[in-house]
Design a protein around this ligand. Structure first.
Ligand code: KET
Length: 433
């Protein structure tokens, strides 16, 4: 037990420190719009609570899911007793080779595989950050990047911190809960939305979600991608693809790479961010890749030399384990086959939840409004159209957590919680919660 005098001394030192501390002027920042939802969920003690905030897959019992192909790859790695040496600055060379093959296609003609400059990255976020920093330093034509509105909440801070100027292009139409058709058709055809900002300078950088657009779940059709490619070409824009969900949109990694492969075959040079967080369930392992298509092997070598100079002062070199797991799966045919089936299994479970949620909302509970978008949207998320007030009420009165824009991670729903969820949403919409 401490004495009264000692307690007083401690208290007065604390008060003094508070007034003189170097950090006394640091303002408290807001919680992260996505990861902050997980913090609020964890703090909630109600057994009925549901977390539909962060995009992380859950199995039919609501549990985090470690893929069998990942477990087998880890067994294989353990048996091979690998060392823990530093990786090269750009990571595990076989991993980047196999990761880019997954994105651009095994038959990468007309792309010369020896002309893809690539580096391992700290998952998709790290890939975007490296790409942003590289473009800010070396893209000769512009420092402006256009993001879809809305986009993943972290895109703006990533590119702003990379040294680029962030602007938005219209993407989503709140009225139809689909692609912004008014913008699409105004003046000039279906892909007009990319340049809907008439003042968008030629040669700006434009960020495109390769598949499973986050947060809207609304993707262009193949024909619309072709139009977008034409406009990008005409405006001489530079396309930067964020592919965080390859396999999650359709269940097929090949089909989900359509946009990237189309752009390459149409002669575009592209930048690409890849993540293995979602499609291999390697969230915390932070396995990803950043790549740029270049003219030839000599140019690739020059570009990679500069990627190293960007990366080395940031984090020196990337972590080993996740890249080893991903590479083992990508390079061993028996694991690759099992992984592809598991990706499809995850995508299919999400699609079945969409069907069921639609039925519950529209038919069982006769929820006011149009709910067809729950079924038509693609990928991990549904952009429900719920208002900020409704999402707040759902958290406070039904212990259901989602981002304030009404996005739900469909993977957080399962046979056990979907009825409670649908009923609560219905009551929130009717104002009876
Ligand atoms: N791009 C997009 C579009 C994306 O949704 C995410 C993650 C990432 C990149 C980066 O993921 P990484 O884990 O760095 O490979 N999105 C989910 C998680 C998060 O916000 O960090 C989410 O939207 O819930």
């Amino acid at each position: 037990m401490i004495s009264v005098t000692r307690a007083r001394t401690v208290a007065s030192v604390r008060t003094a420190l508070r007034t003189v501390s170097t950090w006394s002027n640091v303002p408290a920042g807001p919680p992260d719009p996505i990861l902050g939802v997980t913090e609020a969920f964890k703090a909630d003690k109600d057994p009925r609570k549901i977390n539909l905030g962060v995009g992380a897959y859950r199995d039919g019992d609501g549990k985090p899911y470690v893929l069998n192909s990942v477990k087998k790859a880890e067994d294989f790695l353990r048996a091979s007793n690998p060392d823990k040496e530093y990786l090269p600055i750009t990571g595990l060379p076989e991993f980047t080779k196999n990761a880019t093959k997954l994105a651009y296609g095994a038959d990468s003609t007309p792309l010369n595989a020896n002309a893809i400059a690539a580096t391992q990255s700290i998952s998709g976020t790290g890939a975007l950050r490296i790409g942003g920093a590289f473009l800010a330093r070396f893209y000769p034509h512009s420092k402006v990047i256009y993001l879809p509105v809305p986009s993943w909440g972290n895109h703006t801070p990533i590119f702003r911190d990379s040294g680029l100027e962030v602007r938005g292009y219209r993407y989503f139409d709140k009225k139809t809960v689909g692609l912004d058709f008014e913008a699409f058709f105004r003046g000039r055809g279906i892909a007009y939305y990319i340049v809907v900002d008439q003042n968008a300078p030629e040669r700006s950088i434009v960020l495109l979600h390769a598949c499973a657009h986050n947060p809207t779940g609304v993707d262009p059709t193949p024909a619309q991608w072709k139009e977008i490619s034409n406009i990008v070409k005409e405006k001489k824009l530079f396309p930067f693809f964020d592919m965080a969900y390859q396999g999650f949109a359709s269940g097929s990694t090949d089909r989900d790479a359509l946009a990237v492969r189309l752009f390459v075959s149409e002669g575009h040079q592209v930048a690409l961010s890849q993540s293995f967080a979602k499609n291999m369930g390697l969230y915390g392992e932070r396995a990803g890749a950043f790549s740029l298509t270049t003219a030839d092997a000599e140019e690739k070598a020059r570009v990679e030399s500069q990627l190293k100079i960007v990366i080395r002062p940031m984090y020196s070199n990337p972590p080993l384990h996740g890249a080893r797991i991903a590479n083992t799966i990508l390079s061993r045919p028996e694991l690759y086959g099992e992984w592809e089936a598991e990706v499809k299994g995850m995508a299919d479970r999400i699609i079945s939840m969409r069907e069921r949620l639609y039925n519950e909302l529209a038919n069982t509970h006769k929820t006011p409004g149009e709910w067809g978008h729950i079924k038509s949207q693609i990928g991990m998320f549904s952009f429900t159209g719920l208002t900020a007030a409704q999402t707040k009420a759902l958290a406070e009165r039904a212990y259901i957590y989602m981002t304030a824009d009404g996005r739900i991670s469909m993977a957080g729903l399962n046979g056990k919680n979907i009825d409670y969820f649908a009923e609560s949403v219905s009551r929130a919409v009717k104002g009876t919660l």
